[in-house]
Design a protein around this ligand. Structure first.
Ligand code: ADP
Length: 266
């Protein structure tokens, strides 16, 4: 904490009082430190695919692998994957940056949300590349929430893909919706590898991964849950996780249910 004092005098120079400005330096330092850390993380995340690409391209050109009918396509595939990763990363970063600057407006509308949830889950079940069974515990009624449908879809896509990525094949995923007095609580549970207790809250931080190598291998950017948190908070909801190592993980989020004011026709 830093304190600045200024003496206040009247025109004749008589002492009138003291102005004290107390500022929280630690908060500012924390923000600075986080910013530096973020820049360092971004640089690192971009350098990794770039150096990978450089060595594969070198092998193709100087190493002469371009003439090898077996190796050449494989090496080109690697550079293509790394390019895709960088595009995903930069897109995620741009989205976060827009949200930081409040530029990314939420296009909220009053939406009958249950069909939206079912539609997203249908899409996951249609995409049968993974053997995944989704159990739905969803009330069969009309529930209206005030949301940006695309953004909420993005949040669920993120959480669902994680549940799939970090689960054994054939694992069950449970999608549950509970109507509470003032909010809707959505939870997505998996039977995957779980997260250690002391790490559970960190997964919403930018670039935090429990297992860096594994996340990279699965194509992750480490930003999905950070973006999800920004989106949910922009909807005045909360997002959190509970997990047991070796048992599975549940990600929860809430959306406020707006009580219609009496007399209001909006
Ligand atoms: P990533 O792109 O690495 O998946 P996320 O922001 O989506 O980034 O998630 C951050 C980290 O949280 C992941 O790297 C993973 O370690 C952990 N995580 C997220 N969801 C799950 C889950 N369902 N089970 C286990 N770990 C998870």
């Amino acid at each position: 904490i830093k304190a600045n004092f200024s003496i206040v005098q009247d025109e004749e120079g008589n002492f009138m009082g003291l102005i004290t400005v107390i500022s929280d330096v630690t908060e500012q330092e924390k923000v600075d430190r986080e910013r530096k850390e973020f820049v360092s993380n971004v640089s690192h995340e971009l350098r990794t695919p770039l150096t990978t690409m450089r060595s594969y391209l070198e092998a193709l050109t100087d190493g002469g692998a371009w003439e090898d009918k077996e190796l050449a396509p494989q090496f080109l595939q690697v550079t293509q994957n790394e390019t895709e990763r960088m595009i995903r990363l930069v897109n995620d970063l741009l989205q976060l940056s827009k949200m930081d600057h409040k530029e990314s407006a939420m296009y909220k509308k009053r939406i009958d949300i249950i069909p939206v949830f079912n539609h997203i889950l249908d899409r996951f079940e249609m995409n049968k590349t993974e053997l995944i069974h989704v159990e739905r515990k969803i009330p069969d009624e009309r529930i209206f929430v005030w949301v940006d449908q695309d953004k909420i879809t993005q949040v669920i896509d993120n959480i669902m893909s994680n549940a799939i990525k970090y689960s054994p094949e054939g694992g069950k995923i449970t999608f549950q919706v509970v109507k509470e007095p003032h909010r809707l609580r959505i939870s997505i549970s998996d039977q995957g590898l779980g997260i250690a207790r002391e790490k559970v809250d960190k997964i919403f931080e930018r670039f935090y991964r429990v297992d860096k190598a594994r996340s990279r291998e699965l194509g992750g950017t480490g930003l999905g849950l950070a973006i999800s948190r920004e989106i949910i908070e922009a909807h005045h909801g909360h997002i959190w996780a509970s997990s047991k190592e070796g048992k599975g993980t549940t990600i929860y989020f809430t959306l406020p249910l707006r009580k219609r004011k009496r007399g209001s026709r909006k």
